[in-house]
Design a binder for this molecule. Structure first.
Ligand code: HEC
Length: 139
C-alpha cells in the first residue's frame, strides 16, 4: 500500500518536473516587462477616448503598458475579461486612481493612488480603455 502511494507521488513529481522544464525550454523564461496580452487597436477613437489615450499614456502606461497590454512582473492588462464593464464598472477605475488598489487579482503588488488626475481625466481614460476592450471583444 505504502509502495503504491510512493509510486504515485514520485510519478506526479516527475511529471511536474518535466512540465516545468518543458515549459521553460519551449517558451523561454518569461521576460520582465514583456506584454501580457496582444491588443487590436480600433481604427478610430471617439474624441473623449483620444483625450483619454493621452492621459493614459502619461499616467498609466508605465505600469499597464502601451495600449493596456499589461507588463510581465509589473501590472495587469486592462484589456482583459476581468475588467469588462459588468465586473469592473467605470466607478472602479475612479476608485483605483483615487485610492490605489490592494493587490487581489494578480501577483504584481499594490497599485498606488495616482495623483493630479480629476474625475473627468479618469472618465476620458475609461472611455479609451472601453474602446480598446470593445475592439477586442470585451463588452
Ligand atoms: C505603479 C504601477 C501602476 C500605475 C502607474 C497604474 N496602475 Fe493600475 N494597477 C496596478 C496593479 C499592480 C494593479 C493590479 C492589482 C491587483 O492585483 O488586482 C492595478 C489595477 C488596476 C485596476 C483594477 C482595479 C480593481 O478594482 O481591481 C484598474 C481599473 C487600474 N489599475 C487602472 C489604472 C489607471 C486608469 C491608471 C492610470 C491613471 C493606473 N491604473 C496606473 C499598477 C499600476
Amino acid at each position: 500500500m505504502l509502495k503504491k502511494y510512493l509510486f504515485i507521488v514520485s510519478a506526479f513529481v516527475a511529471a511536474m518536473a518535466y512540465f516545468v522544464f518543458y515549459e521553460e525550454t519551449e517558451n523561454g523564461p518569461i521576460e520582465q516587462n514583456s506584454p501580457i496580452v496582444s491588443v487590436e487597436i480600433p481604427n478610430e477613437f471617439s474624441e473623449l477616448a483620444q483625450i483619454g489615450k493621452l492621459n493614459y499614456q502619461s499616467n498609466c502606461a508605465d505600469c499597464h503598458g502601451e495600449n493596456a497590454v499589461g507588463q510581465q512582473g509589473i501590472a495587469p492588462p486592462l484589456v482583459h475579461k476581468i475588467y469588462e464593464p459588468s465586473h469592473h464598472g467605470d466607478e472602479s477605475f475612479q476608485i483605483a486612481v483615487a485610492m490605489g488598489v490592494r493587490s487581489h487579482h494578480w501577483k504584481f503588488g499594490n497599485m498606488p493612488a495616482i495623483e493630479n488626475l480629476t474625475r473627468s481625466d479618469v472618465t476620458a481614460i475609461v472611455a479609451y480603455v472601453r474602446e480598446l476592450q470593445r475592439a477586442n471583444g470585451i463588452f
